[in-house]
Ligand binder design. Structure first.
Ligand SMILES: [Zn+2]
Length: 287
């Protein structure tokens, strides 16, 4: 099935992974911006893919991050919003607070690239009617937070329970199961869902962990699954980092894909990106 494709990359900083696993905030420079983002851009360049980068815009207070994003924009990648601060509870805030977060994100991206963002992906993929209303009101053209992947929702519920049993608490919300069932679409906004294969999202994290033949199979199933719009691969900048990049030991223990050596992950993710290279375009060009 071919109706075009998109490679998307969520650039979540290391502090968000600490928050998901209920760990104290990290210290020192962020290895994901220092190592992961440049590698993701290299991988895209190698396969001549223009991608969509979902940026947490408070990160662009840092000049190095700002310069990387500016260069990505010049190279033809789309710079979209992953909110200003990646507050996991964004969908539950009062409308004025949601507006303030989104406006700030629009302002920062406009200042760096000269263009307002057209697309949005919610922190933790969690939408709500007030959040969707705000996106429409503020001129976003599409959202890409939905994944038709009930198994992912169930895995997230299990992970939260396991953490709680160890006396820790995840900052990420469980979210509404209905949003993970086939057929869900927010009202009033174009939705370009993250693709899934057999109820599991087509994620870089999974591809990083699976042996290459199984990853290739997941890619084939995701691409063959009937859908409206493009087939959408979701990577995270952390997918091209490993334990050698200076993460704290507690995070390496909690985030299993960090234990997979970088060279192996580069091969596995490269295989998925290569499969899309022929017809991949930034999401904004599909709506
Ligand atoms: Zn995120």
């Amino acid at each position: 099935m071919s109706a075009g494709s998109a490679v998307t990359i969520d650039v979540d900083g290391v502090r968000h992974y600490h928050a998901i696993h209920g760990l104290p905030p990290p210290r020192g420079p962020d290895p994901i911006w220092r190592a992961g983002v440049p590698r993701v851009l290299e991988l895209c360049a190698e396969h001549r893919v223009r991608a969509t980068l979902f940026i947490v815009t408070e990160d662009l207070e840092d000049e190095t991050a700002r310069e990387l994003v500016r260069r990505a924009h010049v190279a033809g990648h789309e710079i979209a919003s992953h909110s200003h601060r990646h507050r996991y509870e964004l969908s539950t805030l009062a409308p004025a607070e949601i507006d303030a977060e989104l406006r700030r994100s629009i302002d920062v991206i406009t200042a760096v690239t000269g263009e307002p963002p057209r697309g949005f992906r919610a922190p933790g993929y969690t939408l709500s009617a007030p959040l969707v209303d705000a996106l429409v009101r503020l001129g976003f053209r599409y959202d890409s937070s939905v994944m038709q992947a009930p198994a992912y929702w169930a895995a997230r519920a299990a992970a939260r329970l396991a953490l709680r049993a160890r006396g820790r608490r995840s900052a990420s919300l469980l979210g509404d199961l209905r949003q993970f069932l086939p057929g869900y679409a927010p009202r009033g906004l174009v939705e370009l869902p993250i693709s899934s294969a057999l109820g599991w999202p087509w994620l870089g994290t999974t591809l990083a962990l699976l042996p290459a033949p199984l990853g290739a199979m997941e890619t084939a199933v995701a691409r063959a699954t009937p859908r409206r719009g493009p087939v959408v691969l979701e990577l995270h900048a952390v997918d091209l980092c490993d334990a050698g990049d200076g993460f704290e030991g507690a995070l390496v223990q909690a985030q299993r894909d960090l234990a997979v050596p970088l060279a192996r992950k580069r091969g596995r993710l490269g295989q998925a990106v290569a499969a899309l290279a022929k017809d991949a375009r930034p999401l904004a060009e599909w709506c």
